[in-house]
Each structure stands twice: as C-alpha cells, then as structure tokens.
Ligand binder design. Structure first.
Ligand code: SF4
Ligand code: SF4
Ligand code: SF4
Ligand code: FES
Length: 380
C-alpha cells in the first residue's frame, strides 16, 4: 500500500494512494458534505456539494471523485468553498418542491440537512420549477415521486452494482432528465425485483416505502437491530418501531448484507403485527382432556368416521400457556421414545432458524431423542 502525504485544513495527514479526497478526509474525521456520494457505491460526481479547494488547481474540485496525490493541500471549509456549495444547493433546490412540512423524508433527508446548514431557503431561482410529475406508480412497495428527485443517480448505481438488475436509469437531458424504469414503464413492468436498494440509498424523499407512508417521523420511532427470519443468509435488518408496530425496515450493517436486503426482508414484515398471527400455543382439546385423536373426528350416523378430516368438538384448538404446551410435548416425546425408540422420530430443521436454533435442534435429536434422523430444508 503506497502512502501519500497530504494537508487538509492545515492538518498534515497520511492517506492511501487511490483514495479520494473525501475518503481521506472522512478517515481523518474531517466532514465534507455529500449528496450523490454513497460509501457502498462507485463515485459519480453528480451534485457538486462536496467541492473543495485544492492548491495549484484553477477550479474547485469534487472531493468524492478527486484522488489524493503526494503533497496535495486541500481546504474543505473556506469561504469560497462554502459559497460554491451554497450555489450548488440553490440550483438543486430551484427545481425541488419545498414540501418539507409534509414530506415523508423530513428528518431523514440529506438535502434538508444541507439546506439547513447552508441556509438555503429556495428563494433564489424560485421560478425554476419546471415539472409536476404525477405520483402514480402502481407497484405495492415503492412510492416514486420524481418531483423530489435530485438526479444523483444513487438509485441507478445501487440497482446496477449492488443488485445487478439494471432496472432503472436516467432518461432525457437537461431539465427533462428523469429517472425511468425499464423502457420508461412502471416499476412492475420493468425488470425490478423490488429489493428496495434504490430506496435505501435515495438521499431524499423521491423513493419511499409505501407501507411506511404516514406512519410517523424518524424521531417517533425506535430502531431495533435484528436478523431476517426468511432465509439462511442471515441479513441484518433494522426495524423502525413506533409503539409496538413495525413501520419500516431498512438494511443493517451485517457481514452478510452490508446495509442491503431483498424484497422479503425489506417489505415482508406485515405478518409480524398481523391479527391472524398465532401468538399463544394452541392444543387439541382431546390432548388436554385425555382420549385419542380419532375421538375428535366427526361422527357419521353415530359411528365415528376416522377418515373424516372435519374435526369434532374434542379436536378443536384450545389456547394454553407455554408451560402447558411444552409439558405436553415433553410427555408425548417421552412416551413415544419408550414405546418405539428414538428412530420413531425425525427432525427437519429450517433455514429460517438461526444457527443456534438449528444447533440446539441437532443436540435434541441426537443426544436426547437418540436418533440421527435429522435433515435440513436447504437439502430438499
Ligand atoms: S425530499 Fe427532503 S428537501 Fe425535499 S421536500 Fe422532502 S424533506 Fe424537504
Ligand atoms: S427495487 Fe431493487 S431491482 Fe427495483 S429498481 Fe430498485 S434497486 Fe433496482
Ligand atoms: S430517485 Fe433518489 S436516488 Fe434516484 S436519482 Fe433521484 S434522488 Fe437520486
Ligand atoms: S457528493 Fe461529490 S459530487 Fe456529489
């Protein structure tokens, strides 16, 4: 690794050759504002809010794309730099609705943060707004509001490089430029897989999860880290919880997913608070009150019909405590093992369980039930 010596804001630093000025400054704890830059995506240089002054360069340079070189001297917060950034923000906001009061992104919007920091109110170039796009993409997951899009191309890069789907791009030029899916179709009619990576990286409110609309502000939610329950990849998720309800899911920084996830992890959470979800154990009445399974079958002309799948009153489910249900399971396991031996059992483990749960299932099967009849759904 080649080390280069640079100076940022009169601080002498060492950086790695190949790093950008932004990366070197960030590693040294020096803040340079960014909008189009995202650490997980290739640099783009689209927004110009990261401009910095580099000595012996005639023009200001974008820190997110400009590589460090030996002896480089950089100023990240000079009056000239701040003025240029403010101008870049004024241009961006000139074609942006000033909807922060009702916008879903308020409190979680990089443009809003920078407008606040640089005191940009949208008054300069106030007649610059040219488009009023309908917010009408019919897909069930992602609201697309092109009026708020700042054309930073983060979504395009995420779709191309994180997912490799290439479902969206920017079409037309100049003031007519806009994000488009497929051949300018709806998201559903494009190759989109609804992974939501574009939503994850969008720095403003242009792409937003529909299931979270109107569900609250960021400061009204607590964030809970968890592991996705859908498959064995083990993506880390962040649940945004208001009261006792999950109102949004974003990707967590886990080794398996680095902040991104698939459609199931991101949008498949409505089962958690669904009223039909079982939250207490249910046990057949005949198991509690004694008797056999067949006694619960419907009778036909007074004769018990054991072939019937329709259950009678003694086979109805009864809500019980966990202790009662687990005692019953233990009793049945012990009885069956005594009567028929360990090989009467088979355990099927699941990729939806954690490694720890699967390990415990293996221990229970081999050591307690004493059988090797254990397999895993990943082999099916
Ligand atoms: S996207 Fe950001 S800046 Fe634009 S209206 Fe929403 S909160 Fe305000
Ligand atoms: S949801 Fe995923 S696949 Fe669809 S456009 Fe966004 S990044 Fe691409
Ligand atoms: S939709 Fe969001 S991420 Fe995509 S270009 Fe517009 S502002 Fe950037
Ligand atoms: S963050 Fe550098 S140009 Fe956008």
């Amino acid at each position: 690794m080649t080390i280069v010596n640079i100076t940022i804001n009169n601080r002498k630093l060492q950086a790695q050759a190949g790093q950008t000025v932004y990366e070197a400054a960030d590693a040294a704890g020096i803040n340079i504002p960014v909008l189009c830059h995202h650490p997980a995506l290739p640099p783009e240089g689209a927004c110009r809010v990261c401009l910095v002054e580099i000595e012996r360069q005639r023009a200001l340079q974008p820190a997110c794309t400009y590589p460090v070189t030996e002896g480089m001297v950089v100023h990240t917060d000079s009056p000239k730099v701040r003025e240029a950034r403010k101008f870049a923000l004024e241009l961006i906001i000139s074609d942006h609705p000033l909807d922060c009061m009702t916008c879903e992104a308020t409190g979680d919007c990089r443009l809003q943060d920078l407008a606040y920091e640089y005191e940009v109110k949208g008054e300069k170039f106030a007649d610059g707004k040219r488009h009023h796009y309908a917010i009408d993409d019919p897909n069930p997951f992602i609201q697309v509001d092109r009026n708020k899009c700042i054309l930073c191309r983060r979504c395009v890069r995420a779709c191309n490089t994180i997912n490799g789907v290439e479902a969206l791009g920017i079409i037309y030029r100049g003031f007519n430029a806009k994000i488009a899916f497929g051949m300018d179709s709806t998201m559903e009619d494009s190759p989109c897989e609804f992974c939501g990576s574009c939503v994850e990286v969008c720095p403003v409110g242009a792409l937003w999860p529909k299931m979270s609309l109107g569900k609250g502000r960021p400061w009204q939610m607590r964030q809970v880290e968890t592991v996705c329950s859908y498959c064995g990849v083990g993506c880390k998720l962040v649940l945004h919880v208001r009261g006792n309800q999950i109102v949004k899911v974003t990707g967590g920084q886990g080794a398996a997913n680095h902040g991104f996830t698939c459609v199931k992890g991101r949008f498949g959470y409505d089962y958690v608070n669904h009223p039909d979800r079982l939250s207490k154990p249910l046990v057949r009445r005949w198991l509690l009150e004694g008797g056999t399974k067949d006694e619960g079958r419907r009778t036909k002309d007074g004769v018990r019909d054991v072939s019937s799948s329709v259950v009678g009153p003694s086979s109805e489910f009864v809500e019980v405590s966990w202790d009662t249900a687990l005692d019953l399971v233990t009793k049945k396991l012990v009885e069956t093992k005594k009567a028929a031996g360990g090989d009467a059992f088979a355990m099927l483990c699941s990729a939806r369980c954690t490694n720890e749960e699967n390990y415990l299932a293996m221990k229970l099967t081999r050591q307690v039930l004493q059988t090797h009849n254990i397999d895993h759904c990943a082999r099916l």
